[in-house]
Design a protein around this ligand. Structure first.
Ligand code: GLA
Length: 399
Protein backbone atom coordinates (compact mmCIF):
# COMPACT_ATOMS: atom_id res chain seq x y z
CA UNK A 1 0.00 0.00 0.00
CA UNK A 2 1.58 3.23 -1.13
CA UNK A 3 -0.13 5.39 1.53
CA UNK A 4 1.24 3.12 4.22
CA UNK A 5 4.70 3.23 2.68
CA UNK A 6 4.63 7.03 2.57
CA UNK A 7 3.56 7.20 6.21
CA UNK A 8 6.39 4.92 7.28
CA UNK A 9 8.81 7.00 5.23
CA UNK A 10 7.71 10.13 7.07
CA UNK A 11 8.11 8.40 10.44
CA UNK A 12 11.62 7.32 9.53
CA UNK A 13 12.97 10.39 7.76
CA UNK A 14 10.85 13.20 9.23
CA UNK A 15 9.23 14.42 6.03
CA UNK A 16 7.15 13.11 3.14
CA UNK A 17 8.78 11.27 0.24
CA UNK A 18 8.69 13.16 -3.04
CA UNK A 19 8.35 10.09 -5.27
CA UNK A 20 7.40 6.42 -5.26
CA UNK A 21 8.93 3.95 -7.71
CA UNK A 22 7.39 0.60 -8.52
CA UNK A 23 9.31 -2.20 -10.21
CA UNK A 24 7.54 -5.51 -10.87
CA UNK A 25 8.83 -9.03 -10.38
CA UNK A 26 8.63 -11.32 -13.38
CA UNK A 27 7.65 -14.85 -14.29
CA UNK A 28 9.43 -16.36 -17.23
CA UNK A 29 6.91 -18.26 -19.36
CA UNK A 30 9.51 -20.06 -21.47
CA UNK A 31 13.12 -19.65 -22.60
CA UNK A 32 15.17 -20.56 -19.53
CA UNK A 33 18.95 -20.24 -19.23
CA UNK A 34 19.32 -19.07 -22.81
CA UNK A 35 19.26 -15.27 -22.46
CA UNK A 36 23.00 -15.19 -21.82
CA UNK A 37 23.41 -17.25 -25.00
CA UNK A 38 21.93 -14.33 -26.97
CA UNK A 39 18.68 -16.20 -27.67
CA UNK A 40 15.12 -14.81 -27.35
CA UNK A 41 13.02 -15.54 -24.25
CA UNK A 42 9.37 -14.98 -23.32
CA UNK A 43 8.79 -13.55 -19.82
CA UNK A 44 5.98 -11.51 -18.33
CA UNK A 45 6.00 -8.88 -15.54
CA UNK A 46 3.85 -9.56 -12.44
CA UNK A 47 1.56 -7.64 -10.13
CA UNK A 48 3.98 -8.47 -7.27
CA UNK A 49 6.37 -5.55 -7.07
CA UNK A 50 9.11 -3.69 -5.25
CA UNK A 51 8.10 -0.17 -4.17
CA UNK A 52 10.59 2.48 -3.17
CA UNK A 53 9.48 5.74 -1.57
CA UNK A 54 12.28 8.30 -1.75
CA UNK A 55 13.33 11.90 -1.42
CA UNK A 56 16.40 13.21 -3.29
CA UNK A 57 19.31 14.50 -1.20
CA UNK A 58 21.66 17.37 -1.91
CA UNK A 59 24.71 15.16 -1.37
CA UNK A 60 25.75 11.79 -2.80
CA UNK A 61 24.61 9.64 0.11
CA UNK A 62 22.09 6.85 -0.21
CA UNK A 63 20.20 6.02 2.97
CA UNK A 64 18.00 2.97 2.57
CA UNK A 65 15.79 0.92 4.82
CA UNK A 66 13.35 -1.89 4.21
CA UNK A 67 9.95 -2.37 5.80
CA UNK A 68 11.00 -5.98 6.22
CA UNK A 69 13.04 -5.95 9.42
CA UNK A 70 15.14 -8.91 8.28
CA UNK A 71 16.94 -6.46 5.96
CA UNK A 72 19.08 -4.06 7.99
CA UNK A 73 19.14 -0.34 7.07
CA UNK A 74 22.20 0.74 5.14
CA UNK A 75 23.91 3.87 3.90
CA UNK A 76 26.71 4.49 1.46
CA UNK A 77 28.11 7.08 -0.91
CA UNK A 78 27.30 7.04 -4.63
CA UNK A 79 30.34 6.56 -6.84
CA UNK A 80 32.04 4.70 -9.65
CA UNK A 81 33.73 2.19 -7.35
CA UNK A 82 31.67 1.26 -4.31
CA UNK A 83 33.03 -1.26 -1.81
CA UNK A 84 30.55 -4.16 -1.51
CA UNK A 85 28.98 -5.33 1.73
CA UNK A 86 29.42 -8.93 2.78
CA UNK A 87 28.16 -11.56 0.38
CA UNK A 88 24.40 -12.06 0.61
CA UNK A 89 23.67 -8.55 1.97
CA UNK A 90 20.60 -7.02 0.30
CA UNK A 91 22.38 -3.64 0.21
CA UNK A 92 24.64 -5.01 -2.51
CA UNK A 93 21.75 -4.79 -4.99
CA UNK A 94 21.36 -1.11 -4.14
CA UNK A 95 25.09 -0.62 -4.49
CA UNK A 96 25.07 -2.46 -7.82
CA UNK A 97 22.47 -0.04 -9.20
CA UNK A 98 24.14 3.01 -7.65
CA UNK A 99 27.56 2.16 -9.06
CA UNK A 100 26.04 1.35 -12.44
CA UNK A 101 24.19 4.68 -12.54
CA UNK A 102 27.31 6.61 -11.49
CA UNK A 103 29.39 4.90 -14.18
CA UNK A 104 26.85 5.15 -16.98
CA UNK A 105 25.29 8.53 -16.30
CA UNK A 106 27.50 10.29 -13.82
CA UNK A 107 24.65 10.71 -11.32
CA UNK A 108 25.90 12.28 -8.10
CA UNK A 109 22.77 13.01 -6.09
CA UNK A 110 21.68 10.34 -3.63
CA UNK A 111 18.39 9.87 -1.83
CA UNK A 112 16.68 8.74 1.36
CA UNK A 113 14.70 5.64 0.52
CA UNK A 114 12.27 3.20 2.09
CA UNK A 115 11.69 -0.11 0.31
CA UNK A 116 8.83 -2.58 0.52
CA UNK A 117 8.22 -5.61 -1.64
CA UNK A 118 5.52 -8.14 -2.40
CA UNK A 119 7.88 -10.27 -4.51
CA UNK A 120 9.01 -13.31 -2.53
CA UNK A 121 12.77 -13.42 -2.10
CA UNK A 122 14.89 -16.20 -3.65
CA UNK A 123 11.82 -17.65 -5.39
CA UNK A 124 12.88 -17.24 -9.02
CA UNK A 125 10.62 -14.23 -9.56
CA UNK A 126 13.43 -11.68 -9.81
CA UNK A 127 12.97 -9.77 -6.58
CA UNK A 128 16.63 -8.79 -6.76
CA UNK A 129 16.56 -7.38 -10.29
CA UNK A 130 13.33 -5.54 -9.42
CA UNK A 131 15.26 -3.91 -6.57
CA UNK A 132 18.12 -3.03 -8.92
CA UNK A 133 15.84 -1.52 -11.57
CA UNK A 134 13.75 0.23 -8.91
CA UNK A 135 16.87 1.82 -7.39
CA UNK A 136 18.11 2.87 -10.81
CA UNK A 137 14.77 4.49 -11.68
CA UNK A 138 14.80 6.32 -8.32
CA UNK A 139 18.34 7.63 -8.89
CA UNK A 140 17.48 8.70 -12.44
CA UNK A 141 14.52 10.71 -11.10
CA UNK A 142 16.56 12.14 -8.21
CA UNK A 143 19.08 13.39 -10.78
CA UNK A 144 16.47 14.68 -13.26
CA UNK A 145 17.50 12.15 -15.87
CA UNK A 146 15.08 10.59 -18.33
CA UNK A 147 16.49 7.29 -19.57
CA UNK A 148 15.02 4.95 -22.14
CA UNK A 149 13.79 1.84 -20.24
CA UNK A 150 15.63 -0.63 -22.46
CA UNK A 151 18.86 1.31 -22.27
CA UNK A 152 18.51 1.35 -18.49
CA UNK A 153 17.75 -2.39 -18.53
CA UNK A 154 20.89 -3.19 -20.53
CA UNK A 155 23.06 -1.06 -18.22
CA UNK A 156 21.58 -2.61 -15.09
CA UNK A 157 21.99 -6.17 -16.39
CA UNK A 158 25.73 -5.41 -16.51
CA UNK A 159 25.62 -3.52 -13.22
CA UNK A 160 24.04 -6.41 -11.31
CA UNK A 161 27.11 -8.59 -12.00
CA UNK A 162 28.44 -6.60 -9.01
CA UNK A 163 26.81 -9.23 -6.77
CA UNK A 164 28.78 -11.96 -8.53
CA UNK A 165 26.12 -13.72 -10.62
CA UNK A 166 26.86 -13.77 -14.34
CA UNK A 167 23.17 -13.37 -15.22
CA UNK A 168 21.72 -12.59 -18.63
CA UNK A 169 19.57 -9.60 -19.56
CA UNK A 170 16.05 -11.05 -19.46
CA UNK A 171 14.99 -9.93 -16.00
CA UNK A 172 15.99 -6.30 -16.30
CA UNK A 173 14.46 -6.02 -19.76
CA UNK A 174 11.00 -7.22 -18.78
CA UNK A 175 11.02 -5.41 -15.42
CA UNK A 176 11.87 -2.12 -17.10
CA UNK A 177 9.96 -2.52 -20.35
CA UNK A 178 6.86 -4.72 -19.90
CA UNK A 179 3.48 -3.67 -21.25
CA UNK A 180 0.32 -4.35 -19.19
CA UNK A 181 -1.69 -7.35 -20.38
CA UNK A 182 1.25 -8.74 -22.33
CA UNK A 183 4.19 -11.07 -22.14
CA UNK A 184 7.12 -10.03 -24.31
CA UNK A 185 9.58 -11.69 -26.60
CA UNK A 186 12.92 -10.32 -25.53
CA UNK A 187 15.69 -10.23 -28.16
CA UNK A 188 19.27 -9.43 -27.29
CA UNK A 189 22.10 -7.56 -29.03
CA UNK A 190 20.46 -5.17 -29.57
CA UNK A 191 17.96 -5.47 -26.74
CA UNK A 192 14.38 -5.35 -28.03
CA UNK A 193 10.96 -6.12 -26.55
CA UNK A 194 8.06 -7.31 -28.66
CA UNK A 195 4.85 -7.37 -26.56
CA UNK A 196 2.60 -10.39 -27.06
CA UNK A 197 -0.90 -10.10 -25.55
CA UNK A 198 -2.03 -12.85 -23.16
CA UNK A 199 -5.36 -14.29 -24.39
CA UNK A 200 -8.25 -13.54 -21.97
CA UNK A 201 -8.85 -17.18 -20.98
CA UNK A 202 -5.21 -18.02 -20.12
CA UNK A 203 -4.18 -18.15 -16.46
CA UNK A 204 -0.57 -18.52 -15.41
CA UNK A 205 -0.54 -20.01 -11.93
CA UNK A 206 2.68 -19.50 -9.99
CA UNK A 207 3.47 -21.95 -7.17
CA UNK A 208 6.40 -21.54 -4.80
CA UNK A 209 8.19 -24.75 -3.80
CA UNK A 210 9.18 -22.95 -0.56
CA UNK A 211 12.76 -24.05 -1.24
CA UNK A 212 14.79 -20.88 -1.52
CA UNK A 213 17.42 -20.37 -4.23
CA UNK A 214 19.53 -17.39 -3.23
CA UNK A 215 21.06 -15.65 -6.23
CA UNK A 216 23.70 -14.02 -4.07
CA UNK A 217 24.30 -17.24 -2.12
CA UNK A 218 24.29 -20.97 -2.90
CA UNK A 219 22.41 -20.87 -6.21
CA UNK A 220 25.01 -18.50 -7.63
CA UNK A 221 27.68 -21.15 -7.93
CA UNK A 222 25.28 -23.56 -9.64
CA UNK A 223 24.16 -20.87 -12.07
CA UNK A 224 27.65 -19.69 -12.93
CA UNK A 225 28.96 -23.24 -13.32
CA UNK A 226 26.27 -24.13 -15.82
CA UNK A 227 26.96 -20.98 -17.72
CA UNK A 228 30.65 -21.89 -17.98
CA UNK A 229 29.76 -25.42 -19.14
CA UNK A 230 27.31 -24.02 -21.69
CA UNK A 231 29.97 -21.70 -23.09
CA UNK A 232 32.55 -24.47 -23.15
CA UNK A 233 30.18 -26.72 -25.11
CA UNK A 234 29.66 -23.94 -27.65
CA UNK A 235 33.38 -23.37 -28.09
CA UNK A 236 34.02 -27.07 -28.69
CA UNK A 237 31.24 -27.40 -31.29
CA UNK A 238 32.32 -24.23 -33.09
CA UNK A 239 35.85 -25.61 -33.33
CA UNK A 240 34.58 -29.00 -34.48
CA UNK A 241 32.57 -27.36 -37.26
CA UNK A 242 35.66 -25.45 -38.36
CA UNK A 243 33.97 -22.08 -37.76
CA UNK A 244 35.98 -19.04 -36.70
CA UNK A 245 35.51 -18.39 -32.98
CA UNK A 246 35.55 -14.63 -33.58
CA UNK A 247 32.47 -14.94 -35.87
CA UNK A 248 30.53 -17.29 -33.61
CA UNK A 249 30.56 -15.85 -30.14
CA UNK A 250 27.13 -17.02 -28.99
CA UNK A 251 24.59 -19.76 -29.56
CA UNK A 252 22.63 -17.25 -31.54
CA UNK A 253 25.57 -16.77 -33.91
CA UNK A 254 25.87 -20.53 -34.25
CA UNK A 255 22.17 -21.16 -34.90
CA UNK A 256 22.09 -18.40 -37.51
CA UNK A 257 24.74 -20.34 -39.45
CA UNK A 258 23.98 -23.94 -38.56
CA UNK A 259 20.31 -24.87 -37.87
CA UNK A 260 19.39 -26.59 -34.59
CA UNK A 261 19.21 -30.22 -35.80
CA UNK A 262 22.55 -29.94 -37.62
CA UNK A 263 24.17 -28.25 -34.64
CA UNK A 264 22.92 -31.06 -32.41
CA UNK A 265 24.26 -33.69 -34.77
CA UNK A 266 27.62 -31.95 -34.79
CA UNK A 267 27.66 -31.89 -30.97
CA UNK A 268 27.42 -35.68 -30.60
CA UNK A 269 31.14 -35.94 -29.79
CA UNK A 270 30.85 -33.80 -26.62
CA UNK A 271 31.28 -35.41 -23.21
CA UNK A 272 27.88 -36.30 -21.73
CA UNK A 273 27.50 -33.34 -19.36
CA UNK A 274 28.47 -30.73 -21.95
CA UNK A 275 26.23 -32.36 -24.54
CA UNK A 276 23.30 -32.03 -22.15
CA UNK A 277 23.90 -28.32 -21.62
CA UNK A 278 24.27 -27.79 -25.37
CA UNK A 279 21.10 -29.75 -26.13
CA UNK A 280 19.10 -27.78 -23.58
CA UNK A 281 20.06 -24.43 -25.11
CA UNK A 282 19.42 -25.50 -28.69
CA UNK A 283 16.08 -27.20 -28.02
CA UNK A 284 14.87 -24.45 -25.67
CA UNK A 285 15.54 -21.88 -28.39
CA UNK A 286 13.25 -23.82 -30.73
CA UNK A 287 10.58 -24.08 -28.02
CA UNK A 288 10.54 -20.30 -27.58
CA UNK A 289 9.88 -19.82 -31.28
CA UNK A 290 6.99 -22.31 -31.07
CA UNK A 291 5.67 -20.78 -27.88
CA UNK A 292 5.35 -17.33 -29.41
CA UNK A 293 3.42 -18.82 -32.33
CA UNK A 294 1.04 -20.74 -30.05
CA UNK A 295 0.54 -17.72 -27.80
CA UNK A 296 -0.37 -15.51 -30.75
CA UNK A 297 -2.64 -18.26 -32.12
CA UNK A 298 -4.38 -18.67 -28.72
CA UNK A 299 -3.41 -22.35 -28.57
CA UNK A 300 -2.91 -23.16 -24.89
CA UNK A 301 -2.59 -26.88 -25.68
CA UNK A 302 0.42 -26.18 -27.90
CA UNK A 303 1.94 -23.72 -25.43
CA UNK A 304 1.46 -26.21 -22.58
CA UNK A 305 3.24 -28.97 -24.50
CA UNK A 306 6.20 -26.68 -25.03
CA UNK A 307 6.25 -25.81 -21.32
CA UNK A 308 6.34 -29.51 -20.51
CA UNK A 309 9.20 -30.01 -22.95
CA UNK A 310 11.03 -27.10 -21.34
CA UNK A 311 10.66 -28.61 -17.89
CA UNK A 312 11.95 -31.99 -19.03
CA UNK A 313 14.96 -30.32 -20.62
CA UNK A 314 15.66 -28.19 -17.53
CA UNK A 315 15.36 -31.24 -15.29
CA UNK A 316 17.30 -33.77 -17.36
CA UNK A 317 19.70 -31.76 -19.51
CA UNK A 318 20.28 -28.54 -17.61
CA UNK A 319 19.79 -30.21 -14.23
CA UNK A 320 18.27 -27.24 -12.39
CA UNK A 321 15.09 -28.86 -11.12
CA UNK A 322 14.67 -30.46 -7.68
CA UNK A 323 12.15 -33.07 -6.47
CA UNK A 324 9.85 -30.40 -4.98
CA UNK A 325 9.60 -28.58 -8.31
CA UNK A 326 9.02 -31.86 -10.15
CA UNK A 327 6.21 -32.67 -7.69
CA UNK A 328 4.49 -29.33 -8.23
CA UNK A 329 4.76 -29.73 -12.00
CA UNK A 330 3.25 -33.21 -11.84
CA UNK A 331 0.40 -32.15 -9.57
CA UNK A 332 -0.47 -29.23 -11.84
CA UNK A 333 -0.57 -31.41 -14.94
CA UNK A 334 -2.56 -34.17 -13.25
CA UNK A 335 -5.13 -31.60 -12.13
CA UNK A 336 -5.70 -30.31 -15.66
CA UNK A 337 -3.05 -27.67 -16.42
CA UNK A 338 -2.08 -27.49 -20.10
CA UNK A 339 1.55 -27.54 -19.08
CA UNK A 340 3.90 -26.64 -16.24
CA UNK A 341 7.59 -25.94 -15.75
CA UNK A 342 10.16 -24.56 -13.39
CA UNK A 343 10.52 -20.80 -13.90
CA UNK A 344 13.63 -18.66 -13.36
CA UNK A 345 17.01 -20.10 -12.59
CA UNK A 346 15.61 -23.15 -10.72
CA UNK A 347 17.36 -25.14 -7.96
CA UNK A 348 14.43 -23.99 -5.80
CA UNK A 349 11.87 -21.23 -6.27
CA UNK A 350 8.69 -21.47 -8.30
CA UNK A 351 6.95 -23.32 -11.08
CA UNK A 352 4.51 -21.75 -13.53
CA UNK A 353 1.50 -23.69 -14.81
CA UNK A 354 -0.75 -22.69 -17.70
CA UNK A 355 -4.42 -23.23 -16.91
CA UNK A 356 -7.70 -22.05 -18.40
CA UNK A 357 -10.07 -19.80 -16.45
CA UNK A 358 -12.22 -22.91 -15.98
CA UNK A 359 -9.52 -25.22 -14.56
CA UNK A 360 -7.37 -22.84 -12.54
CA UNK A 361 -9.32 -23.34 -9.31
CA UNK A 362 -9.04 -27.13 -9.57
CA UNK A 363 -5.30 -26.91 -10.13
CA UNK A 364 -4.90 -24.51 -7.23
CA UNK A 365 -6.92 -26.84 -5.00
CA UNK A 366 -4.87 -29.87 -6.01
CA UNK A 367 -1.66 -28.04 -5.13
CA UNK A 368 -3.07 -27.01 -1.77
CA UNK A 369 -4.16 -30.56 -0.99
CA UNK A 370 -1.22 -32.46 -2.36
CA UNK A 371 1.72 -30.10 -1.79
CA UNK A 372 1.04 -27.33 0.69
CA UNK A 373 -1.18 -29.22 3.20
CA UNK A 374 1.74 -31.44 4.16
CA UNK A 375 3.95 -28.38 4.64
CA UNK A 376 1.92 -26.88 7.44
CA UNK A 377 0.03 -23.61 7.71
CA UNK A 378 1.12 -20.72 5.58
CA UNK A 379 4.29 -19.19 6.96
CA UNK A 380 5.60 -15.83 5.87
CA UNK A 381 3.96 -12.80 4.34
CA UNK A 382 3.32 -14.01 0.80
CA UNK A 383 0.76 -16.22 -0.90
CA UNK A 384 2.70 -19.18 -2.11
CA UNK A 385 0.23 -19.86 -4.88
CA UNK A 386 -1.20 -17.09 -7.06
CA UNK A 387 -2.34 -16.25 -10.57
CA UNK A 388 0.15 -13.95 -12.29
CA UNK A 389 -1.38 -10.84 -13.83
CA UNK A 390 0.61 -9.35 -16.70
CA UNK A 391 1.77 -6.01 -15.28
CA UNK A 392 3.45 -2.93 -16.81
CA UNK A 393 7.17 -2.24 -16.39
CA UNK A 394 8.79 -0.05 -13.73
CA UNK A 395 7.56 3.51 -13.26
CA UNK A 396 8.04 6.50 -10.99
CA UNK A 397 5.32 8.83 -9.71
CA UNK A 398 5.46 12.02 -7.70
CA UNK A 399 3.61 11.75 -4.41
C1 GLA B 1 18.22 -15.77 -13.72
C2 GLA B 1 19.06 -14.79 -14.53
C3 GLA B 1 18.44 -14.61 -15.91
C4 GLA B 1 18.22 -15.95 -16.60
C5 GLA B 1 17.46 -16.90 -15.67
C6 GLA B 1 17.34 -18.29 -16.25
O1 GLA B 1 16.97 -15.22 -13.45
O2 GLA B 1 19.12 -13.55 -13.88
O3 GLA B 1 19.27 -13.78 -16.69
O4 GLA B 1 19.42 -16.49 -17.07
O5 GLA B 1 18.10 -17.00 -14.42
O6 GLA B 1 16.60 -18.27 -17.42
Amino acid sequence: MTADLERHFEERYGSRPTHVVRAPGRVNLIGEHIDFAGLPVLPMALQREVRIAFRPREDGLILAASRDSSFAPCHFELGASIEPYEEGDWGNYLKAAAQGMALAYGVDRGCDALVESSVPVAAGLSSSSALVIGTAVALAAANHRTIDPLELAARMADAERYVGTRGGGMDHAIIAGARAGCAARVDFDPLRLEPVPIPPDWRFLVADSLVQAHKSGGARAGYNRRRVETDRALGAVVARLGLAARDVRSYRDLLERVPGPESLAAAAFLPADLLKRFRHVVTEAARVVGAEVTLRADSPVGFGMLMNGSHASLAEDYEVSIPELDDLVRIARDAGAFGARVTGAGMGGCIVALCSAGTVDDVRQAMDDRYYAARGPKAGPFDRLFVAEPAPGASVART
